[in-house]
Design a binder for this molecule. Structure first.
Ligand code: SF4
Length: 306
């Protein structure tokens, strides 16, 4: 089984080798804008989903095969802090390479002392904050019932007190919901407490989990950026905007490929030149529509068209 994907080219992290620590859509949130689709395992109890030894072995194997990436990113298809031995993964990677390790997280569990301690050796943490109050938080992030807005922002502020390396705060804005001056100022109040080194604004340039989610246009984003001050930049990649028609066409391409031969998610990504996370979303929807099925072959998970 492969726990790594990429290297994925990204504007903010250059070429980054992704590492998946949790199964697909295992998350503390079920964000309305999630580009991976709906959360299938919403949880807040942590678990050793996969053996740390196997994950580290896979990272090292991949590093031998590819040119040196700019970052190794713990992210993937869910919330990485749900992986209980995350500290072991960070220290295991850092023992063998000096490539910086980045943690991409929704930031929902930093109120737990043990989790802040477990991630302290990461070279960069990129948490999210998409709301300035509990109502917008509940609407946008649809968190697990054990996670409140107060706990989340308290955890992020406490992270800043103890964590010595850079924090880049990602704020995902939604048209008609948070692209409003009043909402931005509420988020900014919390951002001032979190005191990140950078604030990065994103919006729904890719197909979101819910069809009612609207993207914020480029000019509006620039206008809102100025409310956050000098540390803030827009990272939304407007060249990646996908229409629903395009999404359907690509999904048909995935189905056509699977009609020709069974493939793993990585085979599909390579064959159609898609990001692995995007492929996973197409595959999930084709599974939901009962157009394909999944089977184990040896130690590989393969997908077949019916
Ligand atoms: S966007 Fe991130 S935090 Fe939100 S549901 Fe998707 S994986 Fe979880």
């Amino acid at each position: 089984m492969s726990y790594t994907f990429g290297p994925v080219p990204s504007r903010r992290l250059g070429r980054s080798l992704g590492v998946d620590l949790v199964p697909f859509k295992t998350c503390t949130f079920d964000c309305i804008y999630c580009q991976l689709g709906k959360t299938t395992d919403k949880r807040m109890d942590r678990k050793t989903f996969f053996a740390p030894r196997d994950i580290i072995k896979d990272v090292l194997r991949r590093l031998k095969e590819i040119p040196r990436p700019d970052y190794i990113t713990l992210s993937g298809s869910g919330e990485p802090t749900l992986y209980s031995p995350i500290e072991e993964i960070i220290s295991g990677i850092k023992k063998t390479t000096d490539i910086p390790v980045v943690l991409l997280t929704n930031g929902s569990l930093f109120w737990i002392d043990e989790i802040r301690a477990a991630v302290k050796e990461a070279d960069l943490i990129i948490p999210s904050l998409d709301a300035g109050d509990k109502n917008i938080f509940a609407y946008v992030n649809r968190p697990h019932s054990g996670i409140s807005f107060e706990k989340t922002v308290e955890g992020l502020c406490r992270l800043r007190e103890t964590y010595k390396n850079p924090i880049w705060l990602e704020v995902f804005l939604i048209g008609g919901v948070t692209d409003i001056r009043g909402e931005i100022l509420k988020i900014k109040k919390w951002a001032d407490c979190i005191a990140p080194d950078r604030i990065q604004l994103n919006t729904a340039v890719r197909i979101p989990a819910e069809g009612f989610v609207d993207m914020v246009g480029k000019e509006k984003m620039e206008e809102l950026r100025s409310l956050f001050g000098k540390k803030c930049e827009v990272i939304a990649d407007y060249s990646k905007v996908h229409s629903v028609g395009e999404f359907r066409r690509t999904q048909e391409d995935v189905l056509d490929l699977l009609k020709r031969r069974p493939c793993s998610v990585d085979d599909i990504s390579d064959g159609l030149n898609l990001h692995r996370n995007e492929t996973a979303k197409y595959v999930q929807e084709l599974m939901d529509r009962h157009l394909i099925k999944r089977e184990m072959r040896g130690n590989r998970v393969l997908f077949f068209a019916h």
